[in-house]
Structure formats: structure tokens, C-alpha cells
Design a protein around this ligand. Structure first.
Ligand code: NAD
Ligand code: DAU
Length: 359
């Protein structure tokens, strides 16, 4: 049985990945997560009695803890999801992004390197360190620019993107200098079950259900490429299994959408599900608010490498994935209630409370 140390596995993508590893891939999983506001233990409730899953509460910046986990769990692979991930928060308070995303990844790489160095020959050959990263490291595109490839130069524009770019460079260096068998994935915007509703899609769903304003930054023309979270997790699993050591793989949905179109599609979806809602048409709740500083205009991913070399294809279309996502938030009111805590309301007030239009 493959033993995977997952970091950040109580968050959005990490928890979907842990569930997939336990339910479909048969791997044993240790999940190291320091349980920030973005995590939710309800995400992994279904594994409560699973003898092949364990949660370790702690940070990737804690060297002594990392060492004891490597010694005791003896992983064959590390998959690093742990990060601060919200661009707006990185503009508001960049320090934690540097601490976790840069310093934390460095400590994890160091402990992985020391552990890997004392493995026997076969285990050394088979060990993998997979670093999960983002398309935001490549910066922003104009309307006619070709999509990002794995060789697009890094040009990160937000503190979040810069912190992820730094961590990607460290991972590359650990492969190049020490031979640590690393893999890096750079993915576009994920959506799906268990995403903290500070991010666009769940924020819009939950606000619309409550008849609250739907905040669209600037004129809503910014473009993102969207991928259903389980398709991202399948891609990460495939890279872990078959990816070529030292390589990076772009992952995306070939699904570019302007923000305003995403919001309108969600509104139409809710109009259909709730034909008698007093908020119908939900598009009447759309409110244009002050733009994000330094807001990247367009992301687009060329994912031919993972398609051609590893045979990956997404399983969901945007329409099917979005419908599943809306249904998940409707069917999981316990989960929704559990995140509506002090921290959630504090952020919403800080980010949107100042804008008279968003009140
Ligand atoms: P998330 O914010 O939902 O979850 C992050 C998790 O990491 C949380 O459970 C949190 O508690 C944990 N964490 C934070 N700091 C930690 C630390 N110091 N030690 C241990 N755990 C820590 O994030 P997500 O959206 O699931 O993203 C996961 C990874 O995927 C990140 O590395 C992110 O950069 C990358 N990514 C995200 C997207 C996206 O659209 N969400 C797209 C591409 C790449
Ligand atoms: O591209 C991958 C990245 O996607 C990940 O690396 C990040 O972790 C993840 O948060 C996401 O970053 P974005 O900034 O693109 O996601 P977010 O959901 O915050 O915003 C999506 C778009 O919607 C972006 O153009 C900003 C806009 N937006 C966002 C919010 C929260 C709004 O118009 N209104 C909002 O209230």
C-alpha cells in the first residue's frame, strides 16, 4: 500500500484529494494540517474510523514535527497542498503567505531531503515530492496572448502568486541540486465541493441564496480558466504515479470564462432550482464593487503536456461541474453553517463592508 504524506489535506483541494486516495486509489494517508480558517474537519468526517487515515495537527514550518512524521509514518511520497491561498488576503496581510508558502515549503523540502537521503536504494528511487502550485505564477495575459505553457517565464503579480512562485523555484532547486525526486503541478482555478466561500463561486452561491449583493470586482471582464476539483485531484494522482521526475505539468480545464459570465450562469442556475424565490432573477443582486489592486486580467492554461504525455482528460464539463457544485452547497447546510463563524464574518466585513455598493 502506497503511503502518502499529504499537507493541507483539510482544505478544499487537499480534502478532495485525501478522499480520492482513500476511497479510489487505496493509498494510506497521513494528513498534516495546522487547521487554519480555510480548513474544515467536516471535510474528512467520512474517514473518522478509517485505520489507513490519520490527521496530524501541526504546521509545515515545524521542523521537529516534520522529522518525527517522516520517521514514524515512513512515506513513499509527499504531496504538498498546504498554503495560504486567497489572493485578497495576501494583499491585506502578506506575511503569513511568505511564512507558510515560502518558509514552510523550504522546511518541508529540507526534512524530505534528509529523510530521502537515508532511504535504501529502491525506496530512494521510488520516492516522490509533489508540489501543488498555481497558474498565477505566470502572471497575466492579454486578450490575444497564447495560454501559459510550462516554459512561460514566471511573472507573479500578487503576494500570493509571488510566494507560490518562490516555492516552485525552491522545489526546482532541490531537484536540480540534490536530486530530490520532485514533481510540480500548476493548475488553474478550481471549483467544487468544500471550497471556503471567500472564493468567487461559493461566495456567489451563498450570497445569492441569502438575497445578499453579489460582488463583482471592476467591470467583471477578468477571465479565469476553470476546472472541477476532482479533475484536478485525478491529474495530481496521475502526475504522482507517472510524471517524469523534475518536470512540471500545467493542469487546466480549457474553459476560459469572464467573471461576470460565471456570476450570471450561477444566477440562472439558482433561478431554475428556485423558480419561486423572492430573489428571482438572482442577477438583480449583481453589484459591481471596487477592483482588486493589481488584478490579473486573464489566465489561460495550455495543458497539452499532461494530456499528451500522461493521457489526462477532465471528466466534467463546466456545466456538469457547476451543477454538481451548486447542488453540493444546497445539500450540505451543516457544512455551510460550520464555516459561518467569527473568522468568516470578520473577513466579509473587512473585504466588502467598506463598499457602500456591497452593503
Ligand atoms: P485552502 O485554502 O482551501 O486550504 C489550504 C489548507 O492548508 C488548509 O487546510 C490549511 O489549514 C492548510 N495550511 C495552511 N497553512 C498551513 C501550514 N503552515 N501547515 C500545514 N497546513 C497548512 O487551499 P486550496 O484552494 O485547497 O489550495 C490547495 C493548494 O492548491 C495550494 O497550494 C494552492 O496554492 C493550490 N492551488 C489552488 C487552486 C484553487 O483554485 N483553489 C488552484 C491551483 C493551485
Ligand atoms: O488560478 C488559480 C488560483 O485561483 C489559485 O491559485 C488561488 O488559490 C485561488 O484562490 C484562485 O485565485 P483567484 O484570485 O482567481 O480566485 P478568486 O475566487 O478569489 O477570484 C476569481 C475571480 O473573481 C478573480 O478575477 C477575482 C474575482 N472576484 C473574486 C471575489 C472573491 C470577484 O469579482 N468578486 C469577489 O468577491
Amino acid at each position: 500500500m502506497k503511503r502518502i504524506l499529504v499537507t493541507g489535506g483539510a482544505g478544499f483541494i487537499g480534502s478532495n484529494f485525501v478522499l480520492m486516495q482513500r476511497k479510489d486509489k487505496g493509498a494510506e494517508v497521513a494528513n498534516l494540517d495546522c487547521l487554519t480558517y480555510a480548513s474544515n474537519l467536516k471535510n474528512l468526517e467520512s474517514l473518522a474510523d478509517d485505520p489507513h487515515y490519520r490527521l496530524i495537527t501541526g504546521s509545515i514550518t515545524d521542523r521537529a514535527l516534520l522529522r518525527s512524521i517522516f520517521d514514524e509514518f515512513h512515506p513513499g511520497a509527499v504531496v504538498n497542498f498546504a498554503a495560504e491561498t486567497h489572493v485578497d488576503r495576501s494583499i491585506d496581510s502578506p506575511g503569513t503567505f511568505i511564512q507558510t508558502n515560502v518558509v514552510g515549503t523550504f522546511h518541508l523540502l529540507e526534512e524530505a531531503r534528509l529523510y530521502w537521503g537515508q532511504l535504501g536504494a529502491d525506496e530512494r528511487r521510488d520516492f516522490r515530492f509533489l508540489h501543488v502550485s498555481t497558474d498565477e505564477v505566470y502572471g497575466t495575459l492579454g486578450p490575444t496572448d497564447p495560454p501559459f505553457t510550462e516554459t512561460t517565464p514566471f511573472a507573479p503579480n500578487s503576494p500570493y502568486a509571488a510566494s507560490k512562485a518562490s516555492s516552485d523555484h525552491l522545489v526546482r532547486a532541490y531537484n536540480h541540486t540534490y536530486g530530490l525526486p520532485t514533481l510540480t503541478t500548476n493548475c488553474s482555478n478550481n471549483y467544487g465541493p468544500r471550497q471556503f466561500p471567500e472564493k468567487l463561486i461559493p461566495l456567489i452561491i451563498l450570497n445569492a441564496l441569502e438575497g445578499k449583493p453579489l460582488p463583482v470586482y471592476g467591470d467583471g471582464s477578468n477571465i479565469r480558466d476553470w476546472l472541477y476539483v476532482e479533475d484536478h485531484c485525478e491529474a495530481v494522482s496521475l502526475v504522482l504515479e507517472k510524471g517524469q521526475v523534475g518536470e512540471t505539468y500545467n493542469i487546466g480545464g480549457r474553459c476560459e470564462k469572464a467573471n461576470i459570465d460565471i456570476v450570471k450562469t450561477l444566477c440562472e442556475c439558482l433561478d431554475q432550482i428556485f423558480p419561486d424565490s423572492p430573489n428571482k432573477p438572482h442577477s438583480g443582486l449583481i453589484t459591481f464593487v471596487k477592483d482588486r489592486p493589481g488584478h490579473d486580467w486573464r489566465y489561460a492554461i495550455d495543458c497539452s503536456k499532461i494530456e499528451n504525455e500522461l493521457g489526462w482528460r477532465p471528466g466534467q464539463t463546466f456545466e456538469s461541474g457547476l451543477r454538481k457544485t451548486v447542488e453540493w452547497y444546497l445539500q450540505n447546510s451543516d457544512w455551510v453553517d460550520s464555516i459561518k463563524s467569527g473568522e468568516y464574518f470578520k473577513w466579509i466585513e473587512r473585504q466588502y463592508g467598506q463598499s457602500p455598493a456591497a452593503r
